[in-house]
Design a protein around this ligand. Sequence first.
Ligand code: GLV
Ligand code: MN
Ligand code: MN
Length: 402
Amino acid sequence: MRAHEIIDRCRALAELSESPTGLLRTFLSPPMQEVHRLLGQWMEAAGMRAHIDAAGNLRGVYPGGPRRLLLGSHVDTVPNAGAFDGVLGVVLAIALVGALGGRSLPFSIEVVAFSEEEGVRFGVPFIGSRALAGTLDAELLSRRDAAGISVSEAIRQLGLHAAQVPEARVDEGVFAYIEFHIEQGPVLDSLGLPLGVVTSIAGQSRFTIHFHGQANHAGTTPMHLRRDALAAAARWISVVERHARATPGLVTTVGSVEIQPGASNIVPGAVRASLDVRHSEDAVRRQSAVALVDAAGRIGTRRGIAVDWQQTLDQRATACDPRLVEALARAVAAAGFPVHKICSDAGHDAMILAACVPVAMLFLRSPGGLSHHPDESVNANDTEAALAAGAALLTDLERKYA
Ligand code: GLV
Ligand code: MN
Ligand code: MN
């Protein structure tokens, strides 16, 4: 399969959305089931046997020798998403397997379409890859979405059984996990390079912060007698931005703010805000996260606003496996492309898998550096380059395990 067919497949999957106004596909939603159906067909056509595990991951196995190589990425999306974040890695992996034409390798290949990586439906990311790593625990399974449905119930609604989640775990035969993914940033584009070999992935902290003020009449409540939850949150958001601008390498985002009751003639009574903090050094990230949560409390105290918070993620930075990084670098060079090593500031399923198996990633240039946006794209030539590097990697591994 050539690059343009891979891109067409990604664009076809991007039509499968639960939102009428843009691409949104969350954990086990009806359009996700349609994605499973199509990807399952493509897996079978490429010589794989496909099944869905108890965490809703679609898994296709191409038989071969006793050890196993995992390839994959996620098929859920952010709201108003582009067509390539996650999905490209799955479609490209299926194409790599299809290109083997049924030839048996000294290892089997399993392509995994992870069910959840973005954290949109339950506020916690990596549900799919945690099942493979054996860290999808009871607390996470009991998390509820905005409609009050828990992760376990969502699994049951699909006819699956949460009690079988432990069976999704990878076994000792798995020797590597390789993820192909768009860069989602401007570095490769600015350097004019098609591919990047990922050496590490930055850690992430995520929080939900609640500001509890007092809703009241917008006309009759004098300014000095208000307890405006949104004014406090706004003050805090400016502190969050200033802190990151003053801390090299730190990125902080308040990406979601919900206001209650949310009317132009009511003083905001309550605000729920998200906080996302990332840095390649865990100590810097954790110290900043503590400082920013404390700042919310201090601002609240000054304004008579109670503040509480929950941490929803503390994911440490991840180093890719040095031997796999070198194997990928050799593969990129063998395919005739310049080798450029790069750190990832986006989170990936590879971070979770790294707890139980050596991981590495190959980035494809993101034109314009655009991602988590409907105009996100990938070049056909870069996709061709990734296919060539992937094929060279399989040849390298074939020699190693022959
Ligand atoms: C995943 O896309 C992330 O938020 O890094
Ligand atoms: Mn994403
Ligand atoms: Mn992604």
